[in-house]
Design a protein around this ligand. Structure first.
Ligand code: UDP
Length: 240
């Protein structure tokens, strides 16, 4: 696991933005993976996720504070947390500036409808090529359609690991485009769910807010986060 941590993007968000802005302008292809303990723990048993995290061509960004802290524990230099929600907001404003195109896939029907409307109203220059909710039966068919549309950005909100797996399955069939799995971002940006108040974000307590709001997340938190730290400590002790 420490090996994965050492592959995580270690510059600040500003530098990341510059890199992505250039990739969009030059019609490059990127797959951004927002890494948190859940992503890493899933990759221990899920072969596809493991391959994704090991692929040198993809960008792994430190989505959770646990990732930043565990890198520090292992003496791996890392600048700051870069979250899926902040990347999404940035991508939208950037493609609006660059008059580029977008496809949205995922979340509940009412959420994606609202989010698509919000984008049409707020980002007049974005060419929204289409959007599909994440509960359709045939998700592969949606991707076949997206391949033909050739979007500059494709945001996929199906949750880990489904969003990463489907992007990975089809990414070779795209010539360009920025692909990212954004989890519950559409729920938050459409106003369907609230992001944590600034105090929680600033003090790296966003995870606590999410658990307090949705107590069913506790099981998920224990399953992934606690085990993640135990595993990292074990590996660290073996190394020393
Ligand atoms: N989702 C979906 N299709 C599914 C399962 C989940 O579109 O079959 C969506 C769900 O509606 C939510 C997102 O995927 O918008 C996952 O959100 P979650 O909060 O679990 O992700 P996190 O941000 O915690 O990774």
């Amino acid at each position: 696991m420490i090996e994965i941590l050492s592959k995580i993007y270690n510059k600040n968000f500003e530098k990341f933005k510059q890199h992505i802005s250039k990739s969009i302008r030059e019609n490059k292809k990127e797959f951004i993976i927002t890494v948190n303990p859940e992503t890493i723990m899933i990759s221990q048993t899920n072969k596809v996720m493991k391959e994704i995290l090991q692929n040198e061509n993809f960008i792994l960004v430190p989505d959770g504070i646990s990732i930043v802290k565990s890198c520090q524990m292992c003496n791996i230099k890392i600048k700051e947390r870069i979250t899926g929600i902040d990347i999404t907001k940035y991508l939208l404003s950037e493609i609006n500036k660059q008059n580029k195109s977008l496809y949205l896939f995922g979340a509940k029907k009412e959420v994606i409808d609202n989010f698509a409307n919000l984008i049409k109203n707020k980002y007049k220059n974005i060419k929204l090529l289409g959007f599909t909710d994440g509960y359709v039966n045939d998700k592969d068919k949606v991707f076949e359609k997206i391949i033909k549309l050739k979007p500059d950005i494709c945001l996929v909100a199906l949750g880990i690991p489904m969003q990463e797996e489907i992007i990975y399955k089809y990414i070779d069939r795209f010539e360009k485009g920025i692909f990212i799995g954004v989890g519950g971002t559409f729920d938050v940006l459409s106003g369907y769910k609230k992001r944590a108040p600034k105090f929680f974000i600033k003090n790296n307590l966003e995870w606590l807010y999410r658990i307090a709001k949705e107590p069913k997340r506790i099981k998920r938190f224990v399953k992934y986060n606690v085990k993640f730290y135990i595993q990292i400590l074990k590996e660290k002790n073996i190394d020393n």
